[in-house]
Design a protein around this ligand. Sequence first.
Ligand code: UDX
Length: 429
Amino acid sequence: MTITFIGHGYVGLVTASVFADLGNTVWVIGHTKEKIENLKKGIIPIYEPGLEEIVKRNVRAKRLLFTLEYDKAISSSSIVFIAVGTPSRENGEADLSSVFEVSEKIAQHSTGYTVVATKSTVPVGTNKKIKEIIEEKKNPKAEVDVASVPEFLREGQAISDTLNPDRIVIGTESKKSEKLLLELHKPIDGNMVLTNIETAEMIKYAANAFLATKISFANAIAHLSEVTGADGLKVLEGIGYDKRIGASFLSPGAGYGGSCLPKDIKALLNISQKNGYDFGLLRQVHKVNEEAIKRISKKAKKVLPDLFGKTITVLGLSFKPNTDDMRDAPSIPIIASLKREGAKIKIYDPVAITNAKKIIKDIVFCKDPYEACKDSDLLIIVTEWNEFKQLDLNKIKKIMRNPAIIDGRNIYDAQKAKELGFNYVGVGR
Ligand code: UDX
């Protein structure tokens, strides 16, 4: 099948590459000449394990074609996926201007029968508007159905998530479009949820809101455990074995960040408000997350009562391991708060430094964790990269000026760290 993806961010590039790898001819339309030229050479704009290899392989096989032009790609495709960004506006609502802009362009170039499927996370009702735009602008001979096929991939494991999804959600307005989308997804195993467009749009927001709720619940229990003397990690382990609850997404720590959870929670709150429903639970989820992030710098102030002039090492900057994505990363407000108190910050991250330099100024970027820990008064773990888990804590203790760790992701054995002589503070214990 020939298909098109508009947008080459995490969702667009990963999904397009996987469909090309499954034997389809896949066009990817972008709007930056430099990025498209790089992609044609297999140079990808994001860090995602395994992605470069699969892009290169499919570019070589001429199944993955990058372009700035709409005409040839759209007119030759049976399915056109919209995978452009829907960032938050000031008031939290999703900014849909790119979605509507590309819809017009699709309309201008569609011929024959085309399914326009939205992968971008969009509020309920957006696909109806896309349909209206396309109907108004398209050639009368062209026939277009819209569909919602939300994406659930996680950064850092995006390829395996796309190939082995827990479920595939397909929301359509016609049997014809459903049949075509089912055919495209045939080689991918996963529970199929076939439904209408509005339901598919809502499933995406509900999934991310529920995941955020689990994380905030874990952070609230962790905090309560700290103040009551319970072991929060054992409490969460104790509830996680219950199949009705499940153990995943119950890790307390420096809060959730990234390009999806914070944005989608704000957007769902905005949707609720517009529809006259006060989604108080979700407001609290957001608030608990902000508190969890703030608590890391509060703990720093407890360990070092006067932060002025102190050197603090931050290990991990990206919003989670295995990505260079800095969008809504908890490291940003944590570092800002420490800087406000007059602390000097030394940081290290295996891949996010280039992106971090654009956002975080006046700090010392280091080449490795040991250089970052040298002469430091406090080490804070913000992102649980694997390479931090086996650091030589003995060596770190020797090179730090003051041996103290705030383990914002609970990667170290608290007992062992204390035995080594660290003032060790985790989350929930
Ligand atoms: C998320 C959804 O998981 C995915 O289905 C959707 O398509 C996009 O949004 P992603 O943003 O890549 O994926 O990251 P995810 O693995 O969900 O983690 C989000 C944030 O939550 C990270 O900052 C992570 O550190 C944090 N987190 C996750 C916790 O603090 N505790 C947990 O137990 C799990």
